[in-house]
Design a protein around this ligand. Structure first.
Ligand SMILES: Cc1cc2nc3c(=O)[nH]c(=O)nc-3n(C[C@H](O)[C@H](O)[C@H](O)COP(=O)(O)OP(=O)(O)OC[C@H]3O[C@@H](n4cnc5c(N)ncnc54)[C@H](O)[C@@H]3O)c2cc1C
Length: 418
């Protein structure tokens, strides 16, 4: 099955492969939101910048995600402050609260054609307990003056077009986009601003000569003083375990006739739920229903996950039952132990940024901007989290198996129940 985002994203002129030796102020590894945002901001500031992407722009999480431009992290803001400390937590919460507006402003400034909606997102309660969780999140967000609204069961039914939920939290700061189109749009804008971007150019070796880095690809080399590593969960050759990979898949119908979809999410909000093994659902611009859940569309789990997806659509929206799912894909999320993003100094003038733990449209874009500021000001305090000299994730292999087996089991039992 294909990735819907690859089918519907506007194409842009391809980027060449690196085939010679070049020198630049900054080298960036990875062509997702983090690397592309860094490249765009650095080029706009007049730096010479080279971005090396192993496959194609947006190949990683940036071309596979749900497209929810959410404010903050999955972790509620009080917990962020408890985890990082009051001051550091407030700093991260503050930056990420403004991230959707930053993303939307970039899309408008560079006229990126990526199906942007600005009608917010709905976090939907799958149970009474889920609604209690939303009430706590609502109180925390209200205390920070966020434009959030707690919807009753009836209000949610009207807004979603389904009676399955116990209430919902609407966040007016949020919206949706076509993920791969946004990545490509950032790439196009960075190229227009003067950045040199290369695809099919995996960095296979990096050496430091005491003042500069030499990043080698199969056919070329980039020499630069500063390096930004932005490979998140898609490192080609993972070294030290730095996160637990969590897989999330999505499937989509073909465009649904207007008559069938007029009462379902008429405001086009992107939605996800409060279940431990969460689900997401949203429309794309053409009116395809996209449903997502934890798991990987390959091997033993694929059949269980696809059947679950079809049944889930039928449960939430009975009028859409039986519509074939014509596209399907999955992606890897970099989940850290404390669910906080990491900025690690992996060498002199070399920063690695990863671990958004399921949020990355807002965070990746603003951390990429911060990486640009780090180079321009030679100051690592510009990052929304404190940088650290090293980071190792404990038990990531065990947790990987746990998440995957758990998702298959949940979807098998969910499928049997319905
Ligand atoms: C299925 C799924 C659903 C998600 N849903 C949402 C959502 O709704 N909202 C949200 O905000 N976030 C969501 N996320 C998270 C978000 O997509 C990521 O956090 C974000 O895309 C990370 O961006 P990035 O640029 O840091 O990394 P990536 O987009 O993963 O890019 C890393 C790139 O580095 C390249 N690379 C790796 N190694 C090398 C090398 N040696 N040389 C050159 N290039 C290399 C890879 O090929 C890859 O393209 C989701 C993620 C997934 C997987």
């Amino acid at each position: 099955m294909e990735n819907l985002w690859a089918v519907t994203a506007p194409s842009i002129a391809p980027f060449p492969r690196l085939e010679n030796d070049i020198t630049a102020d900054v080298a960036i590894v990875g062509g997702g939101y983090t690397g592309l945002s860094a490249a765009l901001h650095l080029a706009e500031a007049g730096k010479s910048v080279v971005l090396l992407e192993a496959r194609t722009m947006g190949y990683g999480g940036s071309g596979r995600n749900v497209g929810l431009i959410n404010a903050g992290l999955w972790t509620p803001p009080d917990e962020v402050e408890a985890s990082l400390g009051k001051l550091a937590g407030e700093k991260l919460n503050g930056v990420l609260a403004g991230a959707p507006a930053y993303v939307m402003a970039l899309i408008e400034k560079y006229e990126i054609d990526c199906e942007l909606t600005k009608t917010g997102t709905l976090h939907c309660a799958h149970s009474e307990k889920g609604f209690a969780d939303l009430q706590a999140r609502f109180a925390q967000q209200k205390a920070r003056k966020a434009p959030v609204t707690l919807l009753t069961r009836d209000e949610t039914a009207e807004r979603v077009g389904s009676t399955r939920f116990f209430g919902a939290l609407h966040d007016a700061r949020a919206g949706t986009l076509q993920p791969l189109a946004f990545a490509r749009g950032l790439g196009h804008a960075a190229r227009q601003a003067g950045a040199q971007l290369f695809e099919d150019s995996e960095v296979v070796q990096s050496d430091f000569d005491g003042s500069h880095w030499h990043l080698r690809t199969r056919e070329g080399q980039v020499t630069a003083k500063h390096v930004i590593e932005a490979t998140n969960a898609y490192e080609c050759k993972p070294g030290t375990p730095r996160y637990t990979p969590v897989y999330y898949f999505q499937c989509a119908t073909d465009p649904v006739p207007t008559a069938l979809r007029k009462d379902i999410l008429p405001g086009a909000e992107g939605c996800w739920d409060t279940a431990m093994v969460m689900s997401s659902f949203r429309w794309d611009k053409a009116g395809r229903m996209i449903i997502g859940g934890v798991g990987k569309l390959d091997g033993l789990g694929e059949g269980a996950h696809l059947k679950w997806a079809a049944r889930k659509i039928a449960q939430i929206f009975p009028s859409l039952a039986g519509l074939p799912l014509t596209t399907g894909w999955h992606g890897r999320i970099a989940m850290t132990r404390d669910h906080m993003p990491k900025v690690v100094e992996t060498g002199m003038h070399k920063m690695s940024i990863f671990g958004y733990s399921g949020r990355g449209i807002g965070p990746g874009t603003v951390f990429g901007k911060a990486a640009s500021d780090w180079v321009l000001r030679e100051d690592s305090s510009v990052f929304p989290v404190a940088s650290m000299p090293s980071y190792r994730e404990k038990h990531s292999k065990v947790m990987d198996v746990y998440y995957q087996a758990g998702a298959v089991a949940a979807h098998l039992s969910g499928a049997r129940r319905s």
